[in-house]
Design a protein around this ligand. Structure first.
Ligand code: HPA
Length: 261
């Protein structure tokens, strides 16, 4: 079974042009994942693909079973997860179509099941750097090779949704240091860490966040910009998969070592 998973959201539902060689359905103690896990092959590399909102897109961000999705990946042997996310651009240097590899997170979600350690054990995983450095490095190198312009840092602020933000909220998020806004990286990133999985995000700016440009936001805009980036994204992800060392040398696989009370 491939050890790398890709989870993708709005506008990126399947890897067109990629062979699906197996389909795995997984039952978890936390319920059902968003969809079946597809084992895919592309240019000699294998990975496991999951559509975060299901196929067709029917699960809103606040209803995604994040725990089941992450648990399912681990259950079938995945150790590293590349996450593809549509985001709104807050920072003035960002425009639709840009790709950002964020290095930080601010969590504004509420009411989501955000830990595997609810009852029997008290665990506080370190989240100083929320994303895997080894995965991020592999993405950077692949971006360089493809001459794809990637923003190598950025603060992703995660809102609960499903509504979009007000102008005042985006103004506030900007003042507290957020560069991009989306609805799905939390609690996904911290659940991955609790399972000692590597996790990194490739975000595509699909729109200017509310009030940044003088027009209303539409979901069509989000999906269309994401679809227009599919070719670039597919190449970037495939190159990243090929580049990853077989053995993990980051700290993600030992995330629980000093986390238990
Ligand atoms: N806000 C929140 N989530 C998003 C946006 C946005 O502007 N664009 C894509 N996902």
């Amino acid at each position: 079974m491939p050890k790398v998973g890709i989870i993708a959201g709005s506008g990126f539902y399947e890897f067109e042009g990629v062979d699906t060689v197996d389909i795995r359905t997984v039952k978890t103690p936390f319920g059902e994942p968003s969809d079946a896990y597809r084992v895919c092959e592309y240019a000699g590399t294998e990975f496991v693909f999951l559509s975060r909102h299901g196929i067709p897109h029917h699960i809103p961000p606040h209803k995604i079973n994040y725990r089941a999705n992450m648990w399912g990946f681990r259950e079938i042997g995945v150790e590293r997860i590349l996450s593809v996310n549509a985001v709104g651009g807050i920072s003035s240097v960002l425009k639709p179509g840009d790709m950002v590899i964020p290095d930080q997170i601010i969590d504004m979600t509420h009411g989501r099941a955000a830990t595997f350690y609810e009852e029997d054990e008290v665990v506080h995983v370190d989240f100083t750097d929320p994303y895997c450095p080894e995965l991020r490095q592999a993405i950077f190198l692949s971006g360089e090779e493809a001459r794809a312009e990637l923003k190598r840092s950025g603060v992703y602020i995660c809102v609960n949704g499903p509504r979009l933000e007000s102008k005042a909220e985006i103004g506030y998020f900007s003042r507290i240091g957020a560069d991009i806004v989306g609805m799905t990286v939390m609690p996904e990133a911290c659940l991955a860490r609790e399972l000692e999985l590597c996790y990194a995000v490739v975000a595509v700016v699909t729109n200017y966040a509310a009030g940044i440009a003088a027009k209303r936001l539409t979901t069509a805009e989000v999906v269309n910009v994401m679809k227009a980036s599919t070719g670039r994204m597919r190449k970037l992800l495939a190159d990243t998969l090929r580049r990853l060392p077989a053995k993990r040398t980051c700290g993600c696989s030992a995330a629980l070592r000093e986390a238990r009370m």
